[in-house]
Design a protein. Structure first.
Length: 573
């Protein structure tokens, strides 16, 4: 029995062993399956993540890299790609009195010794001001625009509180050229000029990879500043303003206000010169208004016969007010003679016949009742009587008194007068061909053609003779206006001298305005203070320089036809 029982127990053990083996095998298979499933789901998750990153989520790494490669502020160039403003990496010297973590004194050496060593590195440094800053423990900039070798010398002083941090700086490669157009940067902020006007665009990462292209031509700008500066210094004027304007598009080819400032290094004197005389200062621009008055009268039909004569040998008396000429020109004058010799008396009579309402409307159509149209933030508001103009007001406005405007206003008005009669807003942005604004018509084409003849006649035979340059067919008008402020309303000893020009008059392409603020009578001007002797000669020197740059070559065989006007001014030559 025992043997039989033992014999029968063996299969039972074997069965249990088989069951254990099966159980272990199943567990192993489940574990392998579980591991495979984990890897499978991990692979699915990874693939989904890769797909989401590639097709759904933007690529921040790529965008950040692109932004890192771009300059922190966009570049500004002239119309030909010449850089006018660009960002570049630079060092700055910053005083950080908390640089020492242990709370001890911020400087190892005395403030006096540190300031003295800094002054040896930077000879133009205000040593006293730096010493006071260090002694007071006042954090802040000590100096901008350090060269790498200068930063190394500062670090060699061994003061942890003197930190030479690397930052982006704004640089103007052409120095003071077009400073009033560009403006300047200080402590990361944009001030005046196109830097301020275009600040948002220049900082936009989406746009700063492409330079902003201005309408300026750096060559023309340089010539304008050079000739304007020479002319200003030769007659000891307080300041000067000039502009070169494309009459068909409104593009500003050059704009200068003197004295200028250096946007790379703005000191106290430079801050005083930031004010823009071309766009922000208003002046009574005198006899430069006379052609505009004549154009308005011709356009309205009140002047139809240029040979008609007006009395000119005695002042016009309007109550207590007398309208005079600087000297007696003749017993009577026709329109060409009036403009050639710049008669206030006859121009006032022409305006009186035109009527105050019509003259005021023409001046408003030329934009003289509002701020000048240009991108610059500093734009002067004209001195303009909004009410109904009385008779005397219109008569004085006709020869440039009673309304004060900027030189830019005058440039736009002359452009409309010579380009066929269409006024357009001015711009400092380069326009693509055919992109000029439509503008508004102010004068008939026939009126514009007649005024081109008259302007050329002034430069050939009249007060503008000193502005003429052989082959360039220059036309224009002088203006010498007393500045307001004297006991009689004006200071007779101080003038604003202006010459408003266009060229070439057989097909006008550019207007040039030159203005001098309080010129003196010097040997260079034959001891005269009027525009014929100081502003006009600047035009005569400038146009031959800039004409070829602008595609206008001298040609002595061409000129505007004056045969129908010549007989009218035979006595005036």
């Amino acid at each position: 029995m025992n043997t039989l029982a033992a014999h029968r127990a063996v299969p039972s053990g074997r069965i249990r062993l088989v069951d254990v083996r099966r159980s272990l095998l199943m567990t192993a298979r489940l574990r392998v399956l579980l591991v495979c499933m984990v890897f499978f789901f991990l692979a699915i998750a990874a693939m989904l993540r890769i797909g989401w990153l590639g097709f759904v989520q933007p690529a921040p790494q790529q965008r950040s890299m692109a932004e890192a490669l771009l300059p922190p502020r966009g570049e500004i160039t002239d119309r030909n790609g010449v850089p006018l403003a660009r960002a570049f990496p630079a060092y700055a010297l910053w005083y950080n009195p908390r640089a020492m973590d242990d709370g001890g004194a911020p400087l190892v050496k005395s403030p006096r010794e540190v300031a003295a060593r800094l002054a040896r590195i930077f000879p133009d440094l205000d040593e006293t001001a730096v010493r006071d800053q260090l002694a007071a423990g006042k954090p802040g900039y000590i100096r901008h625009r350090l060269l790498p070798e200068e930063a190394n010398r500062v670090n060699a002083i061994g003061e942890l509180a003197l930190e030479t941090t690397q930052e982006s700086d704004r640089h103007y490669p052409q120095g003071m050229l077009a400073a009033h157009v560009l403006g300047y940067m200080e402590e990361g902020r944009a001030y005046v000029g196109m830097e301020q006007a275009l600040d948002t665009r220049l900082r936009d990462p989406a746009q700063r990879g492409q330079p902003v292209v201005l309408s300026l031509d750096a060559r023309v700008q340089g010539a304008l500043e050079d000739e304007l500066r020479r002319g200003m210094l030769s007659v000891d004027a307080l300041g000067a303003a000039g502009i070169v304007l494309d009459v068909d598009t409104g593009e500003v080819m050059a704009l200068a206000s003197l004295p200028e400032f250096d946007p790379n290094k703005l000191d106290a004197e430079g801050r005083r010169n930031v004010f823009n005389k071309v766009t922000n200062q208003v002046y009574e621009l005198g006899s430069t208004f006379k052609p505009l008055t004549v154009a308005a009268a011709i356009d309205a039909g009140t002047v139809t016969d240029l040979s008609r004569r007006w009395p000119a040998n005695r002042p016009l008396v309007m109550g207590k007010f007398r309208i005079r000429d600087s000297h007696t020109i003749g017993a009577s004058l026709n329109v060409p003679e009036t403009l050639m010799h710049s008669s206030n008396i006859v121009t006032a009579q022409i305006a009186d016949e035109l009527g105050a309402a019509r003259l005021k409307q023409v001046m408003a159509d030329l934009g003289m009742n509002e701020r000048p149209y240009i991108e610059l933030p500093a734009r002067g508001y004209p001195i303009w009587d909004k009410g109904e103009w009385p008779r005397l007001k219109a008569m004085t406005v006709s020869y440039g008194h009673g309304v004060a405007i900027t030189p830019l206003h005058l440039a736009s008005a002359y452009a409309a007068m010579v380009n066929g009669g269409v006024w357009r807003p001015t711009t400092l942005m380069k326009l693509e061909p055919g992109a000029a604004p439509e503008g508004r018509r102010v004068f008939k084409q026939s009126t514009s053609a007649r005024m081109n003849q008259l302007l050329r006649m002034i430069a050939k035979y009249g007060t503008g003779r000193n502005a003429d340059a052989p082959g360039f067919r220059i036309g224009g008008k002088t203006g010498s206006a007393e500045k307001p402020g004297g006991s009689a309303g004006y200071r007779r000893t101080t003038l604003v001298s202006t010459f408003a020009a266009a060229f070439p008059m057989d097909k006008p392409r550019f207007v040039v305005i030159i203005m001098l603020d309080e010129p003196k009578g010097t040997m260079a001007s034959s001891f005269q203070r009027t525009a014929a002797y100081n502003a006009a000669p600047i035009v005569a020197k400038l146009v031959p320089r800039i004409g070829p740059m602008l595609g206008v070559l001298p040609d002595d065989t061409r000129d505007i036809d004056l045969t129908d006007l010549d007989p009218l001014v035979g006595k005036g030559r």
